[in-house]
Write a protein that binds this ligand. Structure first.
Ligand code: ADP
Length: 238
């Protein structure tokens, strides 16, 4: 059964159709990357999965539930953005604990969870700091920690590494993949960087001009590109 099923989904902004006939089935536990040039519709599709954009035509299912009009709060998902979205006035500890606010957990339970996630992301020594006292990579880890701590079934990540320098980006790619493995969640990851897509994705959806050009494993895309766009895009390092 598909964890997320996107069937014939389209999106209009005014007269402009920015997503056309999008179809993807994402399995439980899969790490799917949406990759394509700027303006190809990646963020719009991700935001539709998140419930932050309406669906103009087509259907979206989570497991077997039709979610086109389901409230965002009722989807067990967490989003991570490139600008981190941390609260500047709160410590690292409180930024992470904040994600648990809606749960009825004891102080000790919250403390246990924050410390476990901090260890997973090498943030142990930084729990008392505020975001401005952290490096870009550390902030990104806090943003990840805040997402993970809620035990979401689905992670949506929109260019989460694009503010980091090249070396840190490479390191954070493997950290994200390790975290994904250890929490048993489904992930949809947006990037314009084909190297990032090819290293991280179990499967990759290559997008251009609002259409999914091809979905496949890295090997599929390298060995059997369906059209010239996919061949050129995947073959060209950024
Ligand atoms: P990507 O993430 O691949 O860069 P986007 O999903 O952000 O692409 O954008 C796809 C297209 O939709 C672009 O042409 C963009 O200008 C347009 N678009 C995105 N959001 C809006 C909006 N709120 N109103 C009008 N057009 C939008």
């Amino acid at each position: 059964m598909a964890r997320i099923r996107i069937s014939n989904v389209e999106k209009d902004y005014g007269n402009l159709t920015v997503l056309k006939d999008c179809n993807i089935d994402i399995a439980h536990g899969e790490f799917v990357v949406l990759v394509g040039p700027s303006g190809s519709g990646k963020t719009t599709l991700l935001r539709m999965i998140a419930g932050l954009e309406t669906i103009s035509r087509g259907d979206m299912m989570f497991d077997d539930l039709w979610v086109n009009n389901v409230d965002v709060g009722d989807r067990n998902i967490a989003m991570v953005f490139q600008n981190y979205g941390l609260y500047p006035h709160m410590t690292v500890y409180d930024n992470m604990a904040f994600g648990l606010r809606r749960r009825r957990l004891s102080k000790a339970e919250i403390d246990g969870k924050v410390r476990r996630i901090a260890t997973l992301l090498s943030l142990d020594g930084l729990l008392g700091r505020r975001p401005r006292q952290l490096s870009g990579g550390q902030r990104q880890r806090v943003a990840l920690g805040r997402a993970i701590i809620r035990d979401p079934e689905v992670f949506l990540l929109d260019e989460p590494l694009s503010n980091l320098d090249a070396q840190l980006r490479v390191q954070m790619r493997s950290e994200i993949m390790n975290v994904h493995r250890s929490v048993d969640a489904t992930a949809v990851y947006v990037t314009h960087d084909q190297v990032e897509a090819m290293t991280m994705g179990d499967r990759i959806a290559v997008m251009n001009q609002g259409r999914i050009q091809q979905i496949g494993t890295p090997e599929d895309l390298y060995d059997r590109p369906r059209n010239l766009f996919v061949a050129t895009f995947i073959g060209t390092p950024s």
